[in-house]
Design a binder for this molecule. Structure first.
Ligand SMILES: *[C@@H]1O[C@H](CO)[C@@H](O)[C@H](O)[C@H]1NC(C)=O
Ligand SMILES: *[C@@H]1O[C@H](CO)[C@@H](O)[C@H](O)[C@H]1NC(C)=O
Ligand SMILES: *[C@@H]1O[C@H](CO)[C@@H](O)[C@H](O)[C@H]1NC(C)=O
Length: 314
């Protein structure tokens, strides 16, 4: 169940996923000190960033993409109710039970209600809105897939079923399960005729570079996955490396595009008190992620809210 804290997750989970607000900065003093004392080549770096910029980014992201009703419903709860839900969510996502892949959305909602009984009805309203939002995206995807050639519909359904089966049985570590479940799904992807791939590329141009490029990087990687599952190794290592580099370059370009789209997206306008509460909560969650980083033994984390600088160094 990945959807309940959609805006909280944006903040907690992906603070580290967007490296671009970070400014890389040489820390020459420590390099010199290390060089003097040791022959060992040392690596040293530090990052600092403006807390206010990071917060601005996440507030913009949330106001651009999360349904206004969801934001408003949550932030119109009292402070203590908001805090209760955030704490309960943190507890659940940190506990082992959350890792159990068979935990259903309804179970998660019930656990949250049990932890915060005063907000039970608001939690249900939020859960219903989030489910509706999720269904809307799922429906858009299905509408798209339904216009595709039969070979693509079949491969999509096979892959989806295989992943569901593996999830339900915790099968990703089980070679037999991978062989009988995932390999046939991967093979059905490989067997999509070129003309059908071209149809897909025409309708989803962002996929074109990996679907129809001369290099065939995607099919090299699919074959590599099949080889790894069947034999534990690949025989064409150089080719696989090249394909991975191609795909990596593609993903980096896509990420740039995504970040640029986010930057230019129109924000929803919120009631002033909700807007203020959203900023506050996002700021708190970012500060919390930095506190988590401070627990990592080899990182030095310096939080200076007055001067708006958050610094990490090794
Ligand atoms: C979260 O977990 C802590 C310790 O396990 C517990 O004391 C606290 O009551 C829990 N909070 C919520 C909101 O469930
Ligand atoms: C989920 O799976 C675990 C281990 O596979 C099992 O112990 C637990 O009872 C299951 N929970 C539900 C609700 O099915
Ligand atoms: C691995 O998967 C196979 C096929 O699904 C199953 O029969 C077997 O019990 C699984 N082994 C383990 C250790 O879960």
């Amino acid at each position: 169940m990945q959807t309940f804290g959609i805006f909280v997750i944006f903040v907690i989970g992906s603070t580290l996923a967007f490296p671009w607000p970070w400014k890389r900065q040489a820390s020459e003093n420590s390099v010199q000190a290390d060089d003097a004392g040791s022959n060992w080549p040392s690596v040293s770096f530090s990052f600092d960033l403006k807390f206010s910029k990071l917060r601005k980014f996440y507030v913009h992201l949330t106001k651009s993409y999360v349904d206004v009703d969801i934001i408003t419903t949550f932030f119109q709860l009292s402070d203590s109710e908001q805090q209760c839900i955030l704490n309960a969510w943190d507890n659940m996502t940190n506990s082992n039970s959350y890792q159990t892949p068979n935990q259903t959305a309804a179970e998660v909602v019930n656990q949250l209600k049990a932890a915060c009984p005063n907000s039970a009805s608001a939690i249900q309203v939020l859960a219903d809105k989030i489910t509706a939002e999720k269904d809307r995206y799922a429906q858009q995807y299905m509408n798209f897939i339904n216009t595709m050639p039969q070979s693509i519909k079949d491969a999509d359904a096979k892959l989806w079923n295989a992943l569901q089966t593996l999830n339900a049985n915790d099968g990703y570590q089980n070679q037999t399960a991978l062989k009988i479940t995932l390999v046939p799904a991967l093979e059905s992807l490989q067997h999509i005729p070129q003309a059908d791939l071209q149809t897909l590329a025409n309708n989803a141009p962002f996929l074109a570079p990996i679907l129809t490029g001369n290099s065939g990087s995607l099919s090299v990687l699919i074959q590599a996955a099949i080889d790894m599952i069947n034999n534990g190794k690949v025989t064409n290592e150089a080719e696989v490396k090249q394909a991975m580099q191609d795909i990596w370059r593609y993903l980096k370009n896509e990420l740039k595009q995504v970040l640029s789209d986010i930057d230019h997206h129109t924000e929803a306008s919120l009631p002033a008190n909700v807007d203020q509460a959203l900023k506050q909560t996002i700021g708190n969650q970012i500060a919390k992620s930095f506190q988590q980083l401070a627990k990592i033994p080899f990182l030095t984390v310096n939080i200076d809210q007055n001067n708006d600088v958050y610094e990490i160094s090794v």
